[in-house]
Design a protein around this ligand. Structure first.
Ligand code: F3S
Length: 538
């Protein structure tokens, strides 16, 4: 799908029924997903509606998604569309920063999400899960969404912020974070500073958090021993001109890091347990896989979390059905052509993972929970930009590998210890569209009971390298540099092929390696969080 100048000139078709002044705000606000689904069913892959005075164009389906994700920043502007985040992240931080500053700030965060620190996070997450369930006893009932929210704020803050926030400021931080999160109310997308209590609490929380961050910076400056968390990294990092980040910027970027690692993960983790409880056949398959891998007391490690393909498919299917971000939005800064249509500058354009994930020509029987869609033989997501739960292209969520790691580690403990059952009728567990980040409705009650894990021999071993092919054939590697964010997982998997420098710049050392490196290259492609690597076998 090209976004180059074309003869495209048609105006996108419009939804009827908008009211004077507010447009389609009421119908959209009531249930954005249903509204966008109706729009697609009525108008097709492109259609326009109005929110107050703003004209919004919805693109759905792989081609529409690709046009959206491939457009350069000076054509589709993220910053303008995410003004809602400015009071939360702070003035001059990320979406509020000029492009060259924003790029530097995002790069400063990348080292935390790279392959190397990731390997240390699985142990921290396991420790937090053990702590969270230590008083559960043999049976009980729990509000799973509340539990996951609490657990993932601990795991994220422990992995990314360090000990002060996790142990000394634990309760206050949870409360402040909650107030910031509530500040992402739908109204704030249109009027970020509307004088209502929820937005006032958001502003107070932001001020207090910066006070706490400033206090920690001062305390850490007195210490001789340095921490090795994201917080310290932000204190030590410098802009290209050599200047350090201000406490306002550090606060904003820490909040941004936690937002990436927490608020979406809690909802997804909850849906995983709910869908497994609703689909006993897959629940059994996942348990079989985990029990076979870990036995009674197998250790959860970074490596073991890569050996659970059945559960990976379950996560992917849950994210297909319940993507936490149901729409993504940009402001059109330069006219955007799409097929015969021209989306004029000044309008907003959005895509919807949730709607695109329900296109029956791509995902047959789309409402059915069916993780087998993602097996090697079916690969229903093979069309690029068809599965977009983490976005796509240059702005694909850079925290996606961390989110997957967290979820896999959490369930590698929880599912082996306890069996989960729904307390209420299966169909009563539904998504809540009142929040911008969609999660299951509350209360979200489940019953748990201790499992007896069969004593079996775990298959978890240090895998011996499969006999490598001695063939002299080669294969071709291509990397879409537009998508590469410098995660460096490729280098960890295949250092003979990929080299990533300290600034996250990737060099492909050999683009037609011999087949002896094929397995390593395939792993590099599989674990690249932005799916930037493609392999073509001759
Ligand atoms: Fe880039 Fe993916 Fe490697 S983001 S550095 S190609 S792991």
């Amino acid at each position: 799908m090209s976004t180059k100048p074309t003869s495209a000139s048609k105006t996108p078709p419009k939804m009827s029924g908008g009211l004077p002044l507010i447009g389609h705000m009421i119908a959209f606000g009531k249930n954005p997903f249903e509204y966008m689904m109706t729009l697609r069913n009525t108008l097709g892959e492109i259609g326009e509606f109005r929110m107050f005075h703003q004209q919004m164009v919805l693109l759905t389906g792989p081609e529409g998604n690709e046009a959206f994700f491939r457009a350069p920043d000076d054509q589709l502007d993220q910053n303008e569309a995410y003004k809602v985040m400015t009071p939360i992240f702070g003035k001059g931080v990320v979406f509020d920063a000029p492009p060259h500053i924003k790029d530097q700030q995002l790069k400063m965060l990348m080292p935390v999400l790279r392959d190397k620190p990731m390997r240390t996070y699985s142990q921290i997450i396991v420790q937090e899960v053990e702590e969270a369930i230590k008083d559960w006893g043999d049976t009980g009932e729990v509000d799973l969404l509340d539990f996951m929210k609490q657990l993932t704020i601990y795991t994220s803050s422990h992995c990314l912020l360090g000990d002060e926030f996790r142990y000394e400021l634990n309760e206050e931080f949870s409360k402040l974070y909650h107030d910031l999160e509530k500040g992402m109310a739908p109204i704030a997308f249109i009027f970020p500073n509307f004088p209502i209590p929820v937005l006032r609490r958001r502003d107070k929380a932001r001020v207090r958090l910066q006070e706490l961050v400033t206090g920690i910076i001062e305390k850490r400056a007195q210490k001789t021993e340095k921490s090795d968390d994201a917080f310290q990294m932000l204190i030590d990092t410098r802009y290209e001109d050599g200047s350090p980040l201000t406490p306002n910027e550090i606060t904003g970027m820490l909040i941004g890091t936690i937002f990436a690692g927490h608020h979406t993960t809690a909802g997804t983790a909850t849906w995983i347990a709910l869908e497994l409880a609703r689909n006993p056949e897959y629940y059994e398959k996942v348990l079989e896989e985990l029990d076979a891998l870990y036995g009674e007391n197998g250790k959860v490690t970074f490596e073991s979390l890569r050996e659970i393909p059945v559960f990976e498919r379950v996560i992917k299917e849950v994210l297909r059905l319940h993507p936490p971000l149901i729409f993504l939005i940009r402001k059109v800064a330069k006219d955007l052509p799409f097929k015969d249509y021209l989306i004029k500058a000044g309008k907003y354009v959005c895509v919807s993972p949730r709607v695109s994930h329900r296109i029956p020509e791509i995902f047959p029987n789309p409402e059915k929970f069916d993780p087998e869609r993602f097996t090697e033989t079916r690969q229903e997501d093979a069309t690029p930009f068809s599965w977009i739960a983490f976005g796509g292209g240059r702005h694909k969520c850079s925290g996606n590998a961390f989110a997957m790691l967290q979820i896999k580690a959490i369930f590698s403990i929880l599912l082996r210890r306890y069996k989960f059952e729904l307390v209420d009728a299966p169909e009563s567990y539904q998504d809540n569209y009142k929040e911008m980040v969609v999660q299951p409705n509350s209360p979200c009650r489940v019953r748990y009971s201790k499992r007896n894990i069969q004593k079996s021999t775990a298959t978890q071993t240090t895998k011996t390298t499969a006999k490598e092919s001695s063939s002299t054939n080669t294969f071709k590697i291509t990397v879409d540099m537009d998508f590469c964010q410098g995660h460096a997982n490729c280098m960890a998997e295949a250092s003979e092929i990929f080299k990533v420098d300290d600034k996250g710049q990737l060099t492909v050392l050999q683009d037609t390696p011999g087949n002896t490196l094929l397995k390593k290259a395939q792993k590099a492609a599989k674990y690249c969080p932005t799916s930037a690597i493609k392999i073509k076998q001759s």
